[in-house]
Design a protein around this ligand. Structure first.
Ligand code: ADP
Ligand code: ZN
Length: 686
């Protein structure tokens, strides 16, 4: 027999290998094979009696058993084709490496008293779990495979958590017994009775009960014996959704995301593969989990760009992957958001996907949003006054700024030149934490930079980052407890959020990663330090991003009993994205945005494909490729120079076309030249 094996190398079709006598090989197995002088692990994509290669074949060296299901194998091959990379590369990046899970240490995820109370209940229903919990409570190590299984079950119930997970969980959720509103009920029923491969958009403001709909629809799918995947755009949103899913579903719910310790990632993946896992909560990569017979994919906050894998091939959007898979496996896709992507709402309006609206906010009150000018100070007078008011009443304050660092730019005092990263050409950002300049593209630090033009060593610093906001808050409110959450402090995320929940933090400063999903009833004031930062991006989605930023901020205030307030500092209060976000009026924003997109024929009225050309001679290559494609009838924009990446020059071409443009391009470019990458539907153009 001959096995075709996809290997993780960029521009290669699968290779043929001989299956040695007595070796058991099936499609989807992981095997080790020789290639030249190397030996590589790859995935078997087909098995047949006759080779496709004429010449001598080498035998497979080693088998490591099944790595992926037939369905997900086909899916990943399709995703690879769509982003112009070899199936082997895509498989290598999406299937987790087979790493033996280490014996895990678990910690209590609930207060000891609550754990004590749970013991009695568990002793009756699950004695092994009760023993494992009792051991943990008394500080002993629970040992043995039975204990490992019991601890895993306890962690799926939210009672214990693996020590290795990068965040601490909120306290355990209890099952919420709510009776659905009419609107919720209709949405749940429609999804539960979905035709094969149908997509739904659930559109409702924060607190309108979307999560409740996700969970009921998920339970319905589980009851029908089918699998469920619940997705969030960012890891930071997983704990909340996971805890609620654990409480609401009659099924163990696993967690799956890119930063999971490798052993754990493979354990969850393998459990799905073996049909032992029917429900999981995860980020975009979880859309590929090889669950048997998935019946429902849920994408919360579907408009978030983080659903797109954009910095490395295979480029994919979790929504597209879920829909492809749903069509193949007869599942439903449920998208939810308070500010859906323009593309999704457009599809809903045209009847391509079904729209359900939740118009009532069942929890909290819509906050009052005010637009105020930016002015000289980081925290303007209106924001300061509002902070005083809310803090003195015992409220907590969230301040948003989507740039980290202290000063975001530096100009030479003698010649005025802007200090830039020599490799990447982007302005360097001054970080107070280690008193040095850093490049946010390549990450290099420059403790004592000199002006590249005149050698000057003194700089005028300007621009505003989260560190400076934190500094200003401490200066103005010295008695308060202030914390900062951005990717520089992400390691402490769990502790910071726990302290916020306990009321030990008065003011939290953060980038967008803190914005979403925080559900703390005592946050009564949210300040957006600069709403204009995204508006100036040279990207046709700048308006959409700005709307999402301000709307997310508004969604964080007033989750509790108190009236929430949002202060947005902006010098463009009349820009429709800012104005409608402040009014919480997605539909008006959408209409205006759609007019603009139509006038300039941007998506959803066209489709854009990004061609990235990198390396030596990139400009010439991009020019030639552009001319070639234009000659073949494509509408070509560019080449435009992008900031180089670690010294490597990069140029971008955009191809604008109809729905089928990516496929047409694949036919026009059967093989990609070196240094060329293609992303159909890029989300960030700037
Ligand atoms: P969203 O996901 O839209 O932000 P949630 O589903 O989290 O909204 O609902 C917000 C709050 O309202 C939650 O505490 C939830 O338990 C509660 N809730 C949801 N639906 C109902 C309902 N029909 N009746 C009462 N409370 C509800
Ligand atoms: Zn750099």
């Amino acid at each position: 027999m001959i096995a075709r094996v996809a290997l993780p190398i960029p521009r290669a079709k699968p290779f043929d290998y001989l299956v040695p006598e007595g070796m058991e090989i099936e499609v989807g197995f992981r095997v080790r094979v020789p290639l030249g002088k190397r030996s590589l692990w790859g995935i078997v994509v087909s098995v047949s009696p006759s080779p496709s290669y004429v010449g001598e074949l080498q035998p497979i060296q080693e088998v490591a058993g099944p790595a992926v299901s037939q369905e997900v194998l086909a899916l990943i091959q399709e995703v690879a084709a769509r982003s112009f990379v070899s199936p082997g590369l895509a498989l290598g990046r999406l299937i987790p490496p087979r790493v033996r899970p280490r014996a895990k240490r678990y910690l209590l995820a609930v207060p000891p008293l609550e754990a004590q109370a749970l013991l009695a209940e568990l002793a009756r229903k699950a004695p092994a779990q009760a023993r494992a919990l009792a051991a943990l409570l008394s500080g002993e190590e629970a040992k043995g495979s039975q204990a490992a299984g019991a601890l895993r079950a306890l962690s799926c119930k939210g009672i214990v958590r693996p020590e290795a997970l990068p965040f601490t969980f909120p306290l355990r959720e209890t099952r919420r017994e709510v009776s659905l509103t009419e609107e919720q009920r209709r949405a749940v029923e429609a999804v539960a009775e979905a035709e094969r491969g149908e997509t739904f958009l659930l559109f409702g403001p924060a607190g309108s009960g979307k999560t409740e709909v996700y969970l009921r629809a998920a339970q319905a799918a589980l009851t029908q014996g089918r699998g469920v995947l619940l997705l969030e755009p960012e890891v930071s949103l997983l704990p909340q959704l996971w805890a609620r899913a654990v409480a609401a579903l009659d099924e163990q719910v696993s967690l799956y995301f890119g930063d999971l310790p490798p052993g754990e990632r493979w354990r969850v993946w393998e459990a799905a593969l073996r049909g032992k896992l029917r429900a999981a909560c995860g980020t975009r990569s979880a859309a590929f989990l090889p669950l048997k017979d998935p019946g429902l994919f849920v994408l919360d906050e579907e408009g978030e760009p983080a659903y797109k894998q954009e910095d490395m091939a295979p480029y994919y959007h979790a929504r597209e992957v879920s829909e492809l898979r749903a069509a193949q496996e007869g599942a439903a896709v449920l998208l939810g958001s308070a500010s859906p992507s323009v593309e999704s709402y457009f599809r809903a309006e045209r009847g391509e996907i079904r729209l359900f609206r939740l118009t009532r906010r069942v929890a909290g009150h819509p906050p009052q949003v005010r637009l105020v000018p930016k002015g000289e100070e980081v925290l303007g007078p209106e924001l300061q006054a509002a902070m005083d008011r809310h803090l003195s009443r015992g409220g907590q304050v969230l301040l948003f700024l989507n740039r980290r660092g202290f000063f975001t730019g530096a100009a030479c005092r003698s010649c005025g030149a802007i200090l830039r990263c020599p490799g990447c050409a982007v302005p360097l950002v001054f970080h107070l934490a280690n008193r040095s300049f850093r490049c946010h593209v390549c990450g290099k630090a420059f403790p004592q930079p000199r002006c590249p033009h005149c050698g000057g060593e003194r700089f005028r610093l300007f621009g505003l980052g989260t560190e400076r906001v934190e500094f200003e808050v401490r200066r103005l409110f010295p008695s308060l407890s202030v914390a900062r959450l951005d990717s520089d402090t992400a390691a402490q995320r769990g502790e910071i959020l726990a302290a916020l929940a306990q009321g030990e933090i008065d003011v939290l400063v953060g980038t967008q990663m803190v914005g979403k999903g925080l559900d703390f009833p005592r946050i009564t004031l949210v300040g957006v330090i600069d709403a204009d930062g995204l508006l100036s991006l040279p990207d046709f989605r700048a308006g959409e991003r700005t709307f999402q930023l301000v709307a997310a901020a508004a969604g964080r205030a007033g989750r509790g009993e108190w009236l929430g307030e949002v202060i947005v500092q902006t010098d463009q209060p009349d820009h429709y994205a800012v104005r409608y976000a402040a009014q919480g009026d997605y539909l008006s924003f959408y209409r205006e945005e759609l007019r603009f997109r139509e006038a300039l024929r941007y998506p959803p009225f066209s489709r854009l494909v990004r061609i990235l050309v990198e390396g030596k001679g990139a400009l010439r290559k991009a020019g030639e490729l552009g001319d070639d494609l234009a000659g073949k009838g494509f509408e070509v924009l560019g080449p435009v120079e992008l900031h180089p990446w670690a010294g490597i020059p990069r140029f971008q071409l955009l191809i604008k076309g109809g729905k089928e443009v990516a496929g047409e391009l694949r036919e026009a470019l059967p093989s990609l030249p070196r240094g060329v990458k293609i992303d159909p539907d890029p989300l960030w153009l700037a």
